[in-house]
Ligand binder design. Structure first.
Ligand code: SF4
Ligand code: SF4
Length: 289
């Protein structure tokens, strides 16, 4: 069984459309949506949830206004500047800034601060028309997305072993943050989706630097390559210089957008489109390598 992670250095490169198209052509695979901060693979997969789990992302401090005397000791001690007065001058904790270190709870002379477990995150195992999908939903402003990615990948692997799957395909997050690192760790190969813009090339270079620290094979596809042929040439040169196989170039087509709007993959929506044929070719190259 091989595990492949699809990544892009930035959002908007078309990574999820590529992941969904690959899902249409890959056989005997388990899918895992690692983009836990903004999961959207489910929009195309239309999952039927079979199992649901909570994910604890740590603790958050909460001040009880009935006990707090507004002495300000907690403000002085908070290293994350997470405690501020609200509109009526009562101190309260900003959940988006609180790191859950619990220092304020220890220094409060009134016992007015409680640390509450933050389990506003959930993950799911679902049936889909492509096979099993493991996916997650993080609450707004929640932390520890890397840990959640590790958790859902573990489950995807367990299922893949149970059903003797040939592949696990991860739709990774954009960028090079901790959830991208958690998506690459222990995977067998990365498929990188690059859009032909200067920022797309810049972000792809940063992603390659990160992937290189893992010493695993990287393949690349250029999405909407015909929108800027000059930068596409630059991307190709960069890939050549870094011995990264360019295994597909996807032209721009309205059908790609229309397929997402219709909650379908491009293969389902426009099977005879040349892009659909390109995806069969991309998948063959991944499998053969
Ligand atoms: S240390 Fe305790 S009592 Fe003082 S402001 Fe903070 S929460 Fe209120
Ligand atoms: S738990 Fe830590 S980060 Fe959160 S408010 Fe208290 S001192 Fe600040």
């Amino acid at each position: 069984m091989k595990e492949i992670t699809i990544l892009s250095g930035k959002g908007g490169a078309g990574k999820t459309s590529v992941a969904a198209a690959i899902a249409s052509v890959a056989k005997n695979a388990v899918f895992c949506d690692n983009d836990v901060d903004a999961a959207d693979l489910h929009l195309i997969f239309n999952p039927e949830i079979k199992e649901r789990y909570d994910f604890d992302s740590g603790t958050l401090a909460v001040i009880d206004p009935d006990v707090c005397t507004n002495c300000g000791i907690c403000v002085e001690h908070c290293h994350f500047d997470a405690i501020h007065p609200n509109a009526i001058e009562q101190l309260e904790v900003n959940p988006f800034q609180c790191e859950g270190c619990r220092l304020c709870e220890r220094v409060c002379p009134e016992g007015a601060i409680e640390s509450v477990y933050n389990n506003n995150n959930h993950w799911f195992v679902s049936n889909t028309r492509f096979g099993t999908l493991v996916h997650a939903k993080m609450g707004p402003g929640e932390e520890n997305s890397g840990k959640l990615v590790t958790e859902i990948r573990k489950k995807a692997k367990e299922i893949a072993n149970q059903i003797n799957a040939d592949f696990i395909i991860n739709d990774g997050p954009p960028g090079i943050g901790c959830s991208a690192i958690a998506s690459i760790t222990g995977t067998d190969a990365v498929l990188m989706v690059i859009e032909p813009t200067l920022s797309g090339l810049h972000d792809a270079k940063r992603l390659v630097e990160l992937i290189n620290t893992f010493n695993i094979p990287v393949f690349a596809v250029i999405n909407k390559f015909d929108l800027n042929r000059e930068i596409t040439e630059k991307v190709k040169n960069y890939l050549d210089e870094n011995s990264i196989s360019l295994i597909g170039k996807i032209p721009f087509a309205n059908e790609m957008v229309e397929s997402v709007v219709n909650e379908k993959t491009i293969i389902e929506y426009a099977p005879d489109n040349k892009i659909s044929k390109e995806f069969y070719s991309i998948w063959e190259k991944i499998k053969n390598n």
